[in-house]
Design a protein. Structure first.
Length: 62
């Protein structure tokens, strides 16, 4: 039975979270920015392909 309710445990409140110290570590904001950029590229590619298919279909009709 899956009720759709998830329990999320909070991190301990022993102190403030520290920012990443290494160059390989990224903040949540940086990760979200990269994900959004990737999705924007996918959407742009999809729109270009859709436009090309529409143009091809219209040229066949005329």
């Amino acid at each position: 039975m899956n009720s759709g309710v998830r329990i999320i445990k909070r991190e301990s409140a022993n102190g403030p979270q520290s920012l990443p110290t290494g160059r390989d570590e990224k903040t949540d904001r940086q990760k979200n920015r990269e994900i959004a950029g990737t999705v924007k590229v996918w959407v742009a590619e999809w729109e270009r392909e859709k436009s090309a298919r529409l143009t091809a279909c219209l040229s066949l009709l005329h």
